[in-house]
Design a protein around this ligand. Sequence first.
Ligand code: DOR
Ligand code: ZN
Length: 349
Amino acid sequence: MAATAPTITLRRPDDWHLHFRDGNMMKAVVGETARHFARAIVMPNLVPPVVRGADAAAYAERIRAALPEGARFTPLMTLYLTEETDPADVRAAAEAGIITAVKLYPAGATTNSASGVRDFKKVRPVLEVMEQIGLPLCIHGEVTDKDVDIFDREAVFIDRTLDPLRREMPGLRVIMEHITTRDAVDYVRAAERNLGATITVQHLIINRNHILAGGIRPHYYCLPVAKREEHRVAVRGAAVSGDARFFFGSDSAPHLDHAKESACGCAGCFSATNAVSAVTEVFDQDGALDKLEAFLSLNGPAYYRLPANEERITLEKGEPVAYPAKIPTPEGELTVFDPGFPLHWRVVG
Ligand code: DOR
Ligand code: ZN
């Protein structure tokens, strides 16, 4: 008699950090996320950025209209914090249920972040409203100073910006997005309240050698850039620990292949297609499948003060999962993140 395949059932996961873009790109990728995830925090770094509540409402409507027939998926919208953001508009958008968080990009930190924050004093009134109403602030935690080495930008941000901000506004609910360093893991672990962190698929799997050793691999280039192995090990240890302060945010960030495979390639890994299988494989490799549901489905909603999903998904372990290497769009293809090892866990229901 054939042995039955191992399975694991968990509450349907959410993605607490995601890029959908707009237009044809959004239409090409929205189903990749909606297939497995119930909700996603949708990043506002469009061109132009999603700055006002009305922009977020219109963008949410475009996402809902692009969903495949029958998809049960809720986009959780964010506003892009600028030095001109109107605190009253943020409050109104939160109270109307249009937005779930606000995103802070230090100016120039990453793709489409030119309208981000230079002078934190200028956004203080918005942050005060957020602190008052408990609206989470998602932070891209990297300094942008030219004199700071790109591999040190996250650690320096913690000391220069994040820690002073949290001391000044201890009631502000912060998420340090896509952490990549032991420094960030230690900092989040030391926080008693009001600090969580998202972790991507790629930062569980790759270190900087994957990007640079033996040839430059643009599809592994994202921001914050993957660091040395000891940092990957620390980030992975945080994810598989089950610690409620760490939860999944793919940072799946589609760019067309020609924009990645270029003399000045864009930052971003596109992982929506295989993220659930890849994260499950990682937890299996580490003997931590008992913590998978916490990371994918429980810790995020708890931090955001939202209910966990009632629906369940089941994964089954077997032959390597076949998934497309590329996703077509009318403007060209985009490459799906390659974990570099086979994925044995297939979402079956
Ligand atoms: O790699 C990244 N890509 N990091 C970000 O912070 C932004 C994102 C994008 O929008 O492409
Ligand atoms: Zn991002």
